[in-house]
Design a protein around this ligand. Structure first.
Ligand code: PRP
Ligand code: URA
Length: 209
């Protein structure tokens, strides 16, 4: 699938394995989500444009690259996407942050939007959408629909774990979005949870339930 990158770095896979463990507590879970987001962000932002600027070192003056052009907006899908924001702002502290609130109906598994606030203007920004879980793909598709309605064009999506069904659906709905996946899991179960997955990402990050 064009525009889909499944990451394989051993450090990333190691951290994802600890996340999956049901005995990993909230504190460690949160820290790992942050670290994983930083590693994924490092990879996803490897094509950021740079421009040479003049810098005076203690030895001499030189032309040296700095990040140029498009400004970054990070847009977490609430709640669980919030856990990934600090990992990316650690890389790009000047990024603006938008929020999209989505919850899945427990019976139909359909996403419902309850909040949307994006940095304005959004058109010229590179937008990095974060959500640890891509299950049926419904939340990701609706979130990106919203961002595009507001004028967003250049969009990357970072998820820690994806199900094949949801990844396929999301990619078909938004083929222009560059998708970065920490690990592609086996399948969804009858409750639309990812198997083997890690359970409910929002509950594990925030210690609810
Ligand atoms: C989870 C997850 C995604 C969504 C994925 O959120 O963080 O947003 O489910 O499922 P989908 O691909 O089938 O749409 P949830 O609705 O549980 O809300 P929460 O983050 O507030 O717990
Ligand atoms: N949302 C989650 O948090 N986990 C899943 O496995 C599916 C959706």
């Amino acid at each position: 699938m064009e525009n889909v990158t499944i990451l394989t770095h051993p450090l990333l896979q190691h951290k994802i394995s600890i996340l999956r463990d049901k005995n990993t507590g909230t504190n460690e879970f949160r820290k790992l989500v942050e670290e994983i987001a930083m590693l994924m962000g490092f990879e996803a932002l490897s094509d950021l444009p740079t421009e040479d600027v003049e810098v005076e070192t203690p030895i001499e003056t030189c032309m040296t690259p700095m990040i140029a052009g498009r400004k970054l907006a990070i847009v977490p899908i609430l709640r669980a996407g919030l856990g990934m924001v600090s990992g990316i702002t650690a890389l790009v502290p000047t990024a603006k942050i938008g929020h999209i609130g989505m919850y899945r109906d427990e019976v139909t598994h359909e996403p419902h939007e309850y909040y949307c606030k994006l940095p304005s203007p959004i058109e010229e920004r590179l937008i990095v959408v974060t959500d640890p879980m891509l299950a049926t793909g419904g939340s990701a598709i609706d979130a990106v629909d919203q961002i595009k309605k507001h004028g967003g064009k250049n969009i990357k999506f970072l998820c820690i774990i994806a199900a094949p069904e949801g990844l396929q659906r999301f990619h078909e709905a938004h083929p222009d979005v560059q998708i970065y996946v920490g690990h592609l899991d086996r399948q969804l179960n009858e409750n639309a949870y990812i198997c083997p997955g890690l359970g409910d990402a929002g509950d594990r990050i925030f210690g609810t339930k």
